[in-house]
Design a binder for this molecule. Structure first.
Ligand code: FEO
Length: 166
């Protein structure tokens, strides 16, 4: 049995993962506006990744016979002038999600709930990869500056991203 506090925290994280999905969908739209279809595609794949994360929490809550509570998803806000600003915000968001996951691990330990801790270990590793991936793209964009040819090449690269591949 999940403790009531653990159950609430897992339902909150389910909501946070869908909020991530929604935020990245807004970033995909902004990249499309910026005439960067490859960047937009990259975020579309990220949306799918976040949906997978959300469903992992959904399935786990049900597996532990907890009650899933679907909460409202906040409207994403952000007016990004360029691709660098979009990715810088994406990085900040991933760092926020990492902090949330680490707080959940602490809660699972306090609740003496090794099963939830085992689930969360997957997310701990995933967050290291997600942060590194987004940070890598931020650094690449910083090096390129405003170079249109650099952006064009990067856009073509990001267009190749597939679900499950970094
Ligand atoms: Fe679900 Fe991007 O962390």
């Amino acid at each position: 049995m999940l403790t009531p506090k653990m159950l609430q925290a897992l339902n909150d994280q389910l909501q946070a993962e869908y909020h991530s999905s929604y935020l990245y969908l807004s970033m995909a739209a902004r990249c499309a506006d910026l005439n960067l279809p490859g960047f937009a595609h990259w975020f579309r794949v990220q949306v799918q990744e976040e949906n997978v994360h959300a469903l992992k929490f959904f399935d786990y809550i049900l597996l532990r016979r907890g009650t899933v509570e679907l909460k409202g998803i906040e409207k994403p806000t952000g007016s990004w002038p360029n691709a660098l600003a979009v990715f810088e915000d994406a990085l900040k968001h991933e760092q926020y999600i990492t902090r949330r996951i680490h707080d959940l691990v602490k809660l699972a330990r306090e609740a003496n709930d090794p099963a939830t801790e085992a689930l969360l270990q997957w997310f701990v590793t995933e967050q290291v990869e997600e942060e590194a991936m987004v940070d890598g793209l931020v650094q690449q964009l910083k090096v390129m500056g405003e170079s249109p040819s650099g952006l064009f090449i990067m856009d073509r690269e990001l267009a190749k991203r597939q679900l499950g591949a970094q």
